[in-house]
Design a protein. Structure first.
Length: 441
């Protein structure tokens, strides 16, 4: 991200503040297809606070906004949280269509819980209809090992509701649900249903069902599932497991895994710091149209730490990422056009991109937008609007960060030039403001 501080803030919104520094030396680019270095067994450094989403808390608008930004960055659980919030109307206005869209993002990335919840949502009265070609999310969640979905399928096959009555298949799903370690189903409940249905089956049926269970357990997980486990390992601070899982998926060509593994190499987290390897991984992901990979390639080309500095190319990759609805890339586009970095300076384009990013709760965009209204750059000077956006930046930026501190300083500098009525108007507007999130596309 192109930021005012000397250090790159927010690697794709994930907060690796130890990122590509413009002041660093510029080594030669890594050759294509270079082997991934082995993990080093050194003490893992303490990560900056925004490498991963904050622990789950009460669903306030600010919390959901932060989760939406992390969801855009590829944090599957964050997309699930946003979808749940819209489904329940918790922290945001209840909206089944928006809930389905966010849950679909998480489900497509491999979140088994989101798959199961999306199936629940589609089964509700007056729920949105699945788009053409939509997968059977309950089946996919069960196939991926989600205990709740396995238990639900067992009941469906046992009772003949939504599935043909089939005691063998019902036994299989009850048995798998009973053995699940990460699905929110009490093992004793599923085991009881398994044993009850087994008592009504012939010996041949029981043998058939047990064979199916063994075959299911022998299936190799998909690359998306391996990547999701790697991302979850980052969230649990188990970096050695994260590196192992993400390396396996990245070598096989998974774009999300390449981006996340690149972040770990860039920050030296669980591996020896290697900007060249990070840039190589980001480029591989970007070439698969991964928005975070595109964003990170843009950073590398702008800062010139791992790739030769090329501002027009950086602007182009940033634009590609922004078209996916990635808030941090939209901010970058606004900054690029505001400063004319690799493009012709264009106040109108800068404002358009900054407004899109600010609308999603991107605090850097909110602060810069406030600064433009304060100075009358590209817009009529408006101290009320300036004050409002700086207040929002203090709300949506993490505490004690450069953007939060700068926004507070801007508020202090605006206050002497404003009447109390203007301050009250701006404050009320900020309190009434609601973010509008773009579902990643």
């Amino acid at each position: 991200m192109f930021c005012k501080s000397a250090v790159a803030l927010g690697v794709a919104g994930l907060g690796l503040a130890v990122g590509l520094s413009a002041a660093a030396q510029t080594p030669s680019p890594s050759p294509a297809g270079a082997p991934l270095p082995a993990m080093v067994s050194t003490q893992v450094p303490v990560l900056p606070p925004r490498i991963k989403p904050a622990p789950r808390t009460e669903n306030t608008p600010q919390y959901i906004a932060s989760q939406a930004i992390f969801a855009q960055d590829g944090w599957t659980e964050s997309a699930w949280i946003v979808g749940e919030a819209y489904r329940a109307g918790s922290g945001v206005a209840k909206n089944a269509d928006t809930a389905a869209a966010w849950l679909r993002v998480a489900a497509t990335q491999g979140s088994r819980g989101a798959m199961d919840e999306l199936a629940d949502l589609y089964a509700e009265p007056h729920a949105p209809k699945p788009p053409p070609g939509e997968p059977d999310w309950r089946q996919k969640a069960a196939d991926a090992g989600w205990g709740m979905a396995q238990y639900a399928l067992g009941r469906m096959y046992a009772d003949g509701h939504g599935r043909p009555k089939d005691p063998v298949t019902a036994y299989k799903w009850f048995a798998l649900a009973a053995a699940a370690t990460d699905g929110p189903v009490a093992g004793t409940v599923a085991a009881a249903r398994r044993d009850a249905i087994a008592a009504e089956m012939t010996r041949a049926e029981r043998d058939d069902a047990r064979t199916q269970v063994a075959q299911w357990l022998a299936v190799t997980p998909s690359l998306d599932q391996i990547t999701d486990k790697g991302v979850m390992a980052i969230g649990a601070s188990n970096y050695s497991a994260a590196v192992a899982l993400l390396t396996k998926a990245a070598v096989a060509g998974n774009a999300r895994a390449q981006t996340y593994l690149g972040l770990l190499y860039e920050g030296g987290v669980g591996v020896k710091k290697d900007w060249l390897m990070a840039a190589s991984l980001f480029r591989k992901a970007a070439e698969q149209d991964d928005p975070n990979g595109e964003h990170m390639v843009s950073l590398a080309l702008s800062n010139g730490a791992a790739l030769s500095r090329d501002l027009p190319a950086a602007a182009d990759w940033s634009h590609k990422a922004a078209l996916h609805g990635l808030a941090v890339a939209e901010y970058d586009q606004g900054f690029i056009y505001h400063k004319g970095r690799g493009v012709t300076q264009d106040d109108a384009a800068a404002l358009a991109w900054l407004r899109k990013a600010a609308a999603q709760g991107e605090s850097h965009a909110q602060a810069l937008l406030g600064g433009l209204y304060a100075s009358g750059t590209g817009v009529p000077k408006d101290l009320v609007e300036a004050y409002k956006w700086q207040v929002l930046a203090t709300i949506y930026a993490p505490a004690n960060t450069a953007v939060s501190n700068d926004a507070q300083a801007a508020i202090a500098s605006l206050t002497p030039s404003m009447t109390q009525e203007q301050i009250d108007t701006a404050t009320a507007a900020a309190n009434a403001w609601q973010p509008v999130f773009e579902v990643p596309r």
